[in-house]
Design a binder for this molecule. Structure first.
Ligand SMILES: Nc1ncnc2c1ncn2[C@@H]1O[C@H](COP(=O)(O)OP(=O)(O)O)[C@@H](O)[C@H]1O
Ligand SMILES: [Mg+2]
Length: 365
């Protein structure tokens, strides 16, 4: 099944979305999104709560129908051709759901049986990859949030996906859990899996993603490479050399450098990335050794907040501390089991949901 997906899906990009709109009554959750995710990308879909991230992922997984626009997953429409489009695709929206009174392994076995094929044979490897082999014999009810998220990724891996869709995989994790999740995504990417992950945390996508879309109330405010974004910003830079006095003299002469100033043990200035490149050559030519030359970390964060503030729901995004904030304010539209728009039972499974919430009352306490 997966091998066949690899053969048929070779040239279409994993994700191609054009003019995508989703309205709920007079709420426009997604307001005309164009998005291409190429094979090998780790694509970050970044925006504050309420920006429409989960809604886009639901449409990619065929769980809900777009109001208008085109969604193609490996060149196929997940609404009209769910089986074809979602072959080789796995992931979850919001939190993955499991039976709490069963062990991690048993949950995966149930999912594998739903998936069929050789999914069962991948359980051991999937548990290894997410580093849950030891805990797989324990009931999911006793798992931490991070372990459940990782079990959700393991469930996705049973499908041997070429494309992994992860909805805020690190949200609500503690710093160690976030680090593990980042390492996991990086490993999967290195192994050749294309990843689209949503996040409301800049630092989460900054380290992982080669491309990002920054969304605000359903539309992009930036799409491209983070390094390009940084380059276009003309931000604040920090420089450490062997001799700050001479460094300041070089800065004063260098083109495109403004506001050079000594700041404790370093020198700061404003410049574009191109100007900084030229500056580094000048510094070396002046006989100065560069100990550090880096954009001021806060600059990108400031830009992210300035791009996304003013959003109806932006109050939820106040900085890194917002990680654990509950975002299900919109109710639980994930109840795919009761969703008339949801096409095939298999799709719920694609979302890492063993049997639909209705089968597991009260599990999420
Ligand atoms: N099933 C639904 N019914 C009504 N409004 C919804 C539904 N799902 C999402 N919305 C609204 O659409 C907007 C985007 O929601 P969502 O995609 O969950 O954002 P995000 O995942 O970025 O936090 C929000 O204003 C939300 O309240
Ligand atoms: Mg969401």
């Amino acid at each position: 099944m997966a091998a066949d997906a690899r053969a048929t899906a070779s040239d279409a990009p994993p994700i191609s979305v054009r003019g995508l709109v989703k309205r709920y009554g007079d709420v426009t959750a997604v307001a005309g999104v164009d998005l291409t995710v190429e094979a090998g990308d780790v694509y970050g879909y970044l925006g504050p709560n309420g920006a429409g991230k989960t809604t886009v992922l639901r449409m990619l997984l065929g769980l809900i129908r777009p109001t208008s626009g085109e969604v193609r997953v490996f060149g196929r429409d997940p609404q009209s051709d769910p089986v074809g489009a979602l072959r080789g695709v796995a992931g979850f929206v919001e939190a993955p759901k499991f039976y709490p009174y069963m062990t991690g392994r048993k949950n995966l076995e149930l999912l594998a049986d739903l998936d069929g094929g050789d999914a069962r044979s991948r359980i051991g490897e999937a548990l290894d990859i997410v580093e849950l082999t030891e805990r797989a014999k324990h009931k999911v009810g006793g798992y931490s949030h991070g372990m459940r998220q990782r079990l959700g990724v393991a469930a996705a891996l049973l499908r041997n996906p070429q494309l992994l869709l992860l909805d805020e995989p690190a949200t609500g994790l503690d710093p160690a859990g976030m680090r593990d999740m980042r390492a996991l995504v990086a490993r999967l990417s290195q192994a050749g899996t294309t990843v689209l992950l949503s996040s409301h945390l800049l630092n989460e996508v900054e380290e992982l993603c080669n491309r990002v879309a920054i969304v605000r109330t359903g539309t992009f405010v930036f799409e491209g490479r983070l390094d390009e974004l940084r380059a276009s910003m003309g931000g604040d830079w920090r420089l450490r050399t062997t001799d700050d006095v001479r460094a300041l003299a070089v800065l004063a002469e260098a083109p495109g450098i403004t506001n050079p100033r000594a700041d404790g043990l370093e020198v700061r200035f404003d410049a574009s990335e191109a100007a900084v490149e030229a500056l580094s050559v000048r510094l070396v030519e002046a006989g100065l050794a560069i100990r550090a030359l880096a954009p001021h970390a806060a600059a990108l964060e400031d830009l992210f907040f300035s791009l996304t503030e003013g959003d109806a729901n932006a109050g939820a995004v106040q900085g890194p501390g917002a990680a654990g904030d509950p975002e299900g304010a919109s109710g639980d539209p994930e109840s795919a089991a009761g969703n008339p728009e949801s096409a095939a039972g298999d799709l719920e499974n694609a979302a890492g949901d063993p049997a639909g919430p209705s089968a597991t009352p009260g599990e999420d306490a």
